[in-house]
Design a binder for this molecule. Structure first.
Ligand SMILES: [Zn+2]
Ligand SMILES: [Zn+2]
Length: 289
């Protein structure tokens, strides 16, 4: 199947698709977007550029998809996972992950579903997204089994794996097999930790570094209407620098910033549900660089 036909089939299923480099990495942002013109997830999704912001560029608009690949025969076709596409994917890395997969199957945790053989000899098991937030991450389901759900993506057939030269292929050669619901036990493993207790502002900070963190929180809380997300991003970058210097832990920074975001009324899906997600996650990563 050509990339174009494959993309059409995916889009028909409601899956959002986008382009990766031949090496499986996201394409570089354009100079404007590189300067941070679009930082919050909603801004990145609304960005008019064709391929900026990685999986946020994923779309069901086939003209846009065609333009992403025009003149770039080496680019890989990828599917954005998570609520937006209605899928949560169990990503099995060979060889150890195959053993874990067998164990999970024996436990009845991996019902038969739409599946893709990866170019490295592993599997992508595609399940119905259960709603709410489902975390993505390495080893979250078991040894060498990753989750690709909200905030994630998978490389898709007919892409060729850059290391092995082998193609991604759908089981039974077609990606139209029905999606089974994800087993509740797996879903439970992929829910975020309950939110950290809120830090009262203006109290409880004694050390100099804690006072600096408090200063960042206060700045976020003083943000003017409509500027909350930018302010949160700025504070997250600064907090990331403190994390990089070992002054505070990532968890402490995240707890303080997410509490401030909640007080400002920034939705959790934008602010980020963990230190790896959303505006806070982007800021912390940037700050620690
Ligand atoms: Zn751009
Ligand atoms: Zn942009």
């Amino acid at each position: 199947m050509s990339r174009r036909d494959a993309a059409m089939t995916y889009v028909e299923r409601g899956w959002h698709v986008f382009a990766l480099s031949a090496g499986k990495s996201p394409l570089a942002n354009c100079p404007t977007c590189r300067t941070g013109a679009h930082r919050a997830p909603a801004e990145m999704e609304a960005c008019g550029c064709l391929t900026c912001h990685g999986f946020y560029s994923a779309t069901t608009d086939l003209d846009r998809v065609a333009a992403m690949f025009a003149g770039h025969p080496d680019r890989l076709l990828a599917i954005r996972t998570g609520k937006v596409s209605g899928i949560a994917v169990v990503d099995v890395d060979p060889p150890e992950g195959l053993d874990t997969m067998r164990d999970l199957m024996a436990e009845g945790l991996l019902p038969e579903t739409c599946a893709q053989r990866t170019g490295s000899g592993g599997w992508h098991l595609l399940y119905e997204h259960p709603g709410g937030y489902v975390m993505s991450g390495a080893g979250k389901i078991g040894r060498k089994i990753d989750s690709k759900a909200d905030g994630g993506y998978i490389v898709a057939s007919p892409s060729i794996h850059p290391r092995t030269g082998e193609p991604y292929t759908w089981r039974w050669d077609y990606p139209t097999a029905p999606l089974a619901p994800m087993h509740p036990t797996l879903v439970a493993r992929l829910r975020p930790e309950p939110p950290a207790p809120r830090l009262a502002t203006g109290t409880g900070f004694t050390t100099l570094t804690s006072k600096r963190l408090q200063g960042l929180v206060d700045t976020v809380l003083k943000a003017e209407d409509g500027n909350g997300n930018n302010s949160l991003y700025w504070a997250s970058c600064k907090a990331g620098e403190m994390v990089a210097k070992g002054e505070i832990s990532e968890q402490v920074a995240f707890a303080a910033l997410s509490a401030a975001a909640a007080q400002l009324g920034i939705p959790e899906r934008d602010a980020g549900r963990s230190p790896q997600h959303g505006t806070i996650g982007s800021g912390l990563r940037r700050g620690t660089r």
